[in-house]
Design a binder for this molecule. Structure first.
Ligand code: MG
Length: 396
């Protein structure tokens, strides 16, 4: 049995089958034994931006310890949870996994602070949005295949980037949104993203000591999860207690997400992919009680963690580094590495000749070239580049 037959026999009627894909921008012959979404997933794992997720901040900038989350481990958690739920709902697990593994590829260094800084720098120059940068990354900036620019991912993976973005007015991507509502696998990854970060930000903040166990007891979702564990294991404390509660927090949200989604699929009489595309309300989601409880947790995280003095100081420094780098590179583009400088259409011909022929298109906007360069950096690389450009003792 080949995979297409397997998908027909296993997947729910409302799941997305590989053979229903709108295909790739540059048509390729089908693979002997992998579906289009399995190949997408593998292309994502092998790209440079994926490996750089290891050096990018989730919430906490810099190396605080060896076990708080980075964008890479966050991504793997989202992928794992998405796969578990996709399998349970008989959705396309490969598609969900591919979307999850690629969903944060466009994040600049220094987390949301970095994105904010680039958005400010790019005001009046087309703006900056990490989802649309992610799409540019996989469409043109990754150079891995002689046959086509970028990763030549399926229409559906590209559609998921655009659905994720708030900047929906962008006309160049309009066609990706015209197919209708996002398919279930894309909706699922969105929900799992929030499930994962709410939970692991809580875990990391406790682990690092930004907040104390007594403090988080004011959050109802935590209290109601922790209560039964305290009753069952009265001697449990510290890290062991925290991880037991975190595990239950994930389990509660996963079970709720599955039950609520099943309910909505029945209520809305969803029996096919066409029904999903035509449905105007989100089909994958948490029940009302969990939504309210998660809001309470998110409010707490916002006040006590994301606005914690240590986090604010790290974020501020990240923003300053990117602003400095942006200003300097725009003022003196010749300081850019050749590969990036040569992408600017007004760069001198001598520089363009020094760089081997590249499939990445030239850019009329120097600001866009600089933003692409900066957004691709890891936290460490951005800090080192800052030292090199501004610190008298930094390497050249
Ligand atoms: Mg994410």
């Amino acid at each position: 049995m080949d995979w297409n037959q397997f998908e027909d026999s296993w997947l729910a009627p409302f799941a997305f089958r590989g053979r229903d894909s709108r295909g790739r921008q540059y048509p390729e012959p089908p693979h002997a034994f992998r579906t289009i979404f399995q190949r997408d997933r593998e292309r994502v794992v092998h790209c440079t931006a994926f490996r750089r997720l290891m050096g990018k901040t989730q919430v906490l900038v810099g190396q605080i310890n060896d076990h708080h989350r980075t964008r890479l481990t966050h991504t793997l958690e989202v992928a794992q949870i998405s796969r578990t739920i996709a399998r349970r709902l008989r959705l396309n697990e490969d598609l969900a996994e591919a979307i999850a593994l690629s969903h944060d590829l466009g994040h600049p260094p220094f987390g949301h602070a970095g994105e904010q800084a680039l958005a400010e720098c790019m005001q009046g120059h087309g703006g900056f949005d990490h989802n649309l940068y992610g799409l540019r990354r996989v469409d043109v900036l990754e150079e891995r295949y002689p046959e086509f620019p970028g990763l030549n991912l399926s229409w559906e993976l590209r559609e998921a980037f655009v659905h994720h973005s708030k900047a929906r007015e962008l006309r160049e991507h309009k066609s990706l949104l015209e197919v209708g509502a996002p398919f279930l696998e894309a909706q699922l990854v969105d929900a799992c993203d929030s499930l994962a970060y709410d939970t692991h930000d809580t875990d990391d903040a406790l682990g690092i000591g930004l907040i104390a166990l007594e403090q988080i007891d004011e959050v109802e979702l935590w209290r109601r999860t922790a209560g039964p564990i305290r009753a069952r294991y009265p001697a449990l404390s510290g890290d062991a207690f925290r991880t037991a509660v975190v595990r239950e927090l994930i389990a509660w949200q996963v079970n709720d997400l599955i039950a609520e989604t099943e309910r909505r699929l029945i209520d809305c009489r969803i029996e096919s992919l066409a029904d999903v595309r035509a449905c105007t309300m989100p089909l994958v989601g948490f029940g009302p009680e969990v939504i309210a409880l998660k809001c309470g947790l998110e409010r707490f995280l916002y006040e006590q963690v994301y606005r914690h003095q240590r986090v604010l100081r790290m974020a501020n420094k990240g923003r300053a580094i990117l602003r400095d780098l942006f200003g300097e590179c725009v003022a003196r583009p010749e300081l850019l590495p050749d590969r990036h400088f040569a992408r600017w259409s007004q760069a001198p011909a001598s520089v363009q000749r020094r760089v081997r022929a590249s499939a990445v298109p030239r850019e009329a906007s120097l600001q866009r070239v600089v933003a692409d360069y900066l957004a691709g950096m890891t936290d460490r690389y951005a800090r080192e580049e800052h030292l090199r450009l501004f610190h008298p003792d930094g390497d050249l």
